[in-house]
Design a protein. Structure first.
Length: 238
């Protein structure tokens, strides 16, 4: 008689979550990292993350780890990818489900905790040379996804106040995309789509004419439907 297979008797991998949080500060794109307090990779910078508990979902685990290790509480997290290289964790066989988000750094007060010694924002162009595990690969993958999302989702508006100038909006997109954009093309595209509306207010910027301030129209953006609606021409395209 063939015995039923009992999965509890077989070796199985651990399941973890890691979170890639991007923000823009001082004109550059930054990512949130923590300094590990425990081995493996003790003392090395890493993404916030940890093991999934038996009584929580993947989303709940990602939010809990962020809260415990950095003090950050975010409203929106998107599942990015599952990383499962056999040797990604030198201590055990572990599969990690990565999440990412673009947030306003000013909206959270960082506080290292749990198994992290320190939590801070790091510019993408000057990350520590050696991150823990495969976290550099995760960051690169998340950045690629973020840039792709700028073509069909209003991600940049998450970092702007309720009223903003078109120059502010363009600068956010330039930082995310890592390239200057053609000013006339950008404004024509944004205004032509009707996804912003004039607020009736202005703001003085230097000696020139006051800049008009706009509001984002999320309902109108949603009505545009799927497909690529934001494909900006870079300044080098002429």
């Amino acid at each position: 008689m063939t015995m039923a297979w009992d999965p509890s008797t077989a070796p199985h991998p651990a399941v973890t979550v890691d979170a890639i949080l991007f923000t823009i500060a001082e004109g550059e794109l930054r990512v949130l990292l923590v300094r590990r307090e425990l081995p493996p990779y003790k003392g090395r910078w890493a993404l916030p993350g940890g093991f999934v508990r038996m009584d929580e979902s993947l989303d709940e685990a990602a939010r809990r780890e962020l809260r415990e290790e950095t003090g950050a509480q975010v409203r929106w997290l998107e599942q990015l990818y599952t990383f499962g290289d056999i040797h990604r964790d030198p201590a055990r066989r572990a599969i990690s489900v990565a999440y990412f988000a673009l947030i306003d750094a000013a909206s959270i007060a960082l506080r290292a905790g749990s198994d992290a010694d320190e939590a801070s924002w790091h510019a993408l162009h000057s990350l520590p040379s050696k991150l823990a595990f495969d976290h550099r690969e995760m960051i690169d993958y998340a950045l690629e996804r973020l840039r792709y999302k700028t073509e069909y989702e209003p991600v940049a508006f998450q970092l702007l106040p309720e009223r903003f100038g078109l120059s502010e909006l363009q600068r956010v997109y330039e930082v995310i995309l890592g390239a200057p954009l053609d000013k006339r093309n950008f404004r024509r595209k944004i205004l032509g789509l009707g996804i912003v509306q004039a607020s009736g207010r202005e703001r003085s910027e230097g000696r020139g004419r006051p800049a008009a301030l706009y509001r984002f129209r999320p309902n109108h953006f949603a009505r545009l439907g799927g497909g690529v609606v934001l494909a900006f021409r870079s300044a080098s395209d002429g």
